[in-house]
Structure formats: structure tokens, C-alpha cells
Design a protein around this ligand. Structure first.
Ligand SMILES: *Cc1c(COP(=O)(O)O)cnc(C)c1O
Length: 399
């Protein structure tokens, strides 16, 4: 039997080194638990950045995967399949937006949203050709494609990958006046994460999204929310924007839509925006394939049937409260919503990485984000008993 070190060595021998994983090689998962090749058990407190909100190998989702795999897996969009319309219907109902376009990864869905709002700008708003501008936020994370990196403010993500195209303007996250001043007649959209996950679980001031929505409406600018990480119950509502009663013009979703099994992403939007797509101008070979659609349908049904958004709210409130009560000398701030929680460490306590390594030794897999923040984002199916088990260990590491 190979050891964790064997797997790490072989991986590093043949793979590009674009990640620095914790030195653990997983081989099995069930619910909130995973096992490494040496038989050690850990609680997964990262959930693949929210893609595992249903937990590992959810029985209903795996059953749907297997059943669909035996029926038909891929048709291309040159033909209809009998699963995609079911996914459309559910996404439309959950988002309150009438039309849906499926892709695979989150970044592809973001690219699709960029195309949608630019074309809306030219076709509907009347922006002069090639002049459309999208406003994004400092600290944003929308994916890794070159187009998307053009709006990133993270030097590590960008360095060496230019040149980047024009068409983006960046404003400070959470500052409504800055957004107001940045809007020009060429602005077609404001693209925003309701909570910035990768930037360290940054929660904007209350009312920010609602004010942004009002401003966008007044100035004929589309509001696009990137809910790839915050969507599907993670923050205690089906979509994080619902905390402020906001329905955007376009919502971008991914990660948990794939039920922890497959890459499934989509955008949903208003009729006015989605009508810009006509046959042949945009597509994806695998986007909307029946296997992905069947998995997505079941992932959404599980979310509703198991009330995972309510669970995220209740268990998230409990987790935040217990973390606050710890009064750890290392902690500067605890922040988040639902089961998307960041523990921001004091500068003098050093990087978050060694804390994550100590959590691993305690049987908890978590990942640092942006040096000083430990992200705690377990699968939404976590029980109170399992959460207590984790809190006890987090307390030991933070004491
Ligand atoms: C993960 C993420 C993406 C990109 O998704 P991929 O599937 O990795 O391409 C986009 N936006 C946000 C907010 C994300 O968290």
C-alpha cells in the first residue's frame, strides 16, 4: 500500500507545480469525512471551496450519476436531451430569473456572463462598438482565464500572464461611492461577489448589495452576482444576495451545482439580457450534457429536500458563536455568513498555513486563504455532533 509520502512524491515528479497541497493523499470520502491512503480519517472543512456542499458521495447524487451513466451521458447541444430542461426549470425557480445557459466550470460561466453583458451593452443599451466596460471589485476572484485575470487585483495570479485586454475597471470592494463615481455611459455591468471567498471571506458592509442594485437600476447598468462559491445554501440562503433582498440581472453559479461530482456551471438572467444569445454565437461541447444535468437536478433537489440552506444558517451561527467565545490570543477577527467562515489571525501569530498543518494533525482538513485567514467551510450536511467534534480541535489549535 502506498503511503501519503509515496503519492506526494509521484505527484510532484510528474505534475506541474501550480498547487501546494497539504501532504495528505485522499482515497475515500463519505459525508463530511475523508480517508487518506494510510487509513487516517479527517473531517473535510474545505469542501472543495464549496463544491462539496452536499458532502462526499451523497447517496442520492451518486445514484443519479450511475443511473444516468447507464442511459446516456453526452449528446452535444446539436440535439436536445431529456435532462437539461429539468435543470433549467429548477435553476429558474431557485434564482427567480427566467432563462438559463449551462457551462461546465465557474470560470466559463463568468466568461459567459461577460459576453452576455457586453452584447447587451451593444444591442440594447447602445454602447459604441468595442467600448463596453465592466466594473469589478478589488480583491475579486472570478476564475483563472486570461480574460478574467484582466480584472484581478492579485499580483500572484497575474504576474507573467499578460498582456491583458481592456474593458474592465476596478473599484474598492464594499464602497458604494466608488462604484457610483466609476460608472460611465459605457458601463454595461457591475460584477460582484456578495461575499469575497478567496480574498479571505470578506463580508461587505450591510446594505452594500442593495445600494449597488439601486444604483445599477438608476444608471442602466446590469448587476451581475458571482455566486459560484456563495450560492446554493452556503451562506444560509439559497443565494447570498437574498440576505439583502436582491435579485440580480445575471447570476453566475457553479461549484455545488455539480453535487461534488462533476463540473456543472451556469448563468441565469433576465429575458432582456439572455435574449442576446442567438443560435451559434456561444456554446460548449460538454455544457448542458445529460450526465451533468442529471447530477445538477439531483444536487438541487437534495439541497431543497434536506433544507441545506437552513442548516447552513443554524450551524453557521452556532460555529461563529463558539469561535467568538474561544477568545483565542491568535485571532484578530471571525467573519462570515452561514457555513462560510474565516478566522483572521493576528499578524504576530504568523501565517495561517502552520495552523492548517496543526489542524490536519488533529484530523481536520482546512486551507488558508491569503496568508492570514483559515477558512472553515464544511459540507452543509454536517451534524451538530460532528461540528462540536471539530470545534473542540479548532480550539486546541487556536489556544
Ligand atoms: C471558484 C470560483 C470561480 C471559478 O470557478 P472554477 O470552477 O474554478 O473555474 C469563480 N468565481 C468564484 C467566486 C469562485 O469561488
Amino acid at each position: 500500500m502506498p503511503t501519503n509520502q509515496d503519492i506526494v512524491k509521484k505527484t510532484e515528479a510528474f505534475g506541474a507545480m501550480n498547487y501546494l497541497p497539504l501532504p495528505v493523499a485522499l482515497t475515500r470520502g463519505e459525508g463530511v469525512w475523508v480517508w487518506d491512503v494510510e487509513g487516517n480519517r479527517y473531517m473535510d472543512m474545505l469542501s472543495a471551496y464549496s463544491a462539496l456542499s452536499h458532502g462526499h458521495c451523497h447517496p442520492r447524487i451518486i445514484a443519479a450519476l450511475k443511473a444516468q451513466a447507464d442511459a446516456i451521458t453526452l449528446t452535444s447541444r446539436a440535439f436536445h436531451n431529456d435532462q437539461l430542461c429539468e435543470l433549467y426549470e429548477r435553476i429558474a425557480r431557485l434564482t427567480g430569473l427566467p432563462r438559463v445557459l449551462p457551462m461546465n466550470t465557474g470560470a466559463e460561466a463568468v466568461e459567459t456572463a461577460i459576453k452576455a453583458v457586453r452584447k447587451w451593452g451593444y444591442d440594447v443599451k447602445g454602447v459604441a462598438p468595442e467600448r463596453a466596460e465592466i466594473i469589478a471589485c478589488s480583491g475579486n476572484f472570478h476564475g483563472r482565464t486570461v480574460t478574467i485575470l484582466a480584472m484581478s487585483t492579485d499580483a500572484d495570479y497575474r504576474r507573467g500572464f499578460g498582456p491583458f485586454g481592456p474593458g474592465f475597471r476596478v473599484v474598492p470592494y464594499g464602497e458604494i461611492e466608488a462604484l457610483e463615481q466609476a460608472i460611465t455611459p459605457d458601463t454595461v455591468a457591475f460584477l460582484v461577489e456578495p461575499i469575497q471567498g478567496e480574498a479571505g471571506i470578506r463580508v461587505p458592509p450591510a446594505g452594500y448589495l442593495q445600494q449597488a442594485a439601486r444604483l445599477c437600476r438608476e444608471r442602466n447598468v446590469l448587476l451581475v452576482t458571482d455566486e459560484v462559491q456563495t450560492g446554493f445554501g452556503r451562506t444560509g440562503k439559497m443565494f447570498c444576495a437574498e440576505h439583502e433582498g436582491v435579485t440580480p440581472d445575471v447570476v453566475i453559479m457553479g461549484k455545488a451545482l455539480g453535487g461534488g461530482v462533476l463540473p456543472v456551471s451556469a448563468i441565469a438572467g433576465t429575458d432582456e439580457v439572455m435574449r442576446v444569445f442567438t443560435p451559434g454565437i456561444h456554446g460548449s461541447t460538454f455544457g448542458g450534457n445529460p450526465l451533468a444535468a442529471a447530477v445538477g437536478v439531483t444536487a438541487l433537489d437534495v439541497l431543497v429536500d434536506e433544507k441545506l440552506a437552513d442548516r447552513a444558517r443554524d450551524e453557521g451561527d452556532y460555529l461563529m458563536q463558539r469561535l467568538q467565545q474561544m477568545g483565542s490570543p491568535h485571532v484578530k477577527e471571525i467573519r462570515g455568513k452561514g457555513l462560510l467562515v474565516g478566522i483572521d489571525l493576528k499578524p504576530e501569530s504568523g501565517h495561517a498555513r502552520p495552523f492548517c498543518e496543526r489542524l490536519m494533525a488533529e484530523g481536520i482538513l482546512a486551507k488558508e486563504t491569503h496568508d492570514s485567514v483559515i477558512r472553515l467551510a464544511p459540507p452543509l450536511v454536517i451534524t451538530r455532533e460532528d461540528l462540536d467534534w471539530a470545534i473542540e480541535r479548532v480550539a486546541r489549535v487556536l489556544s
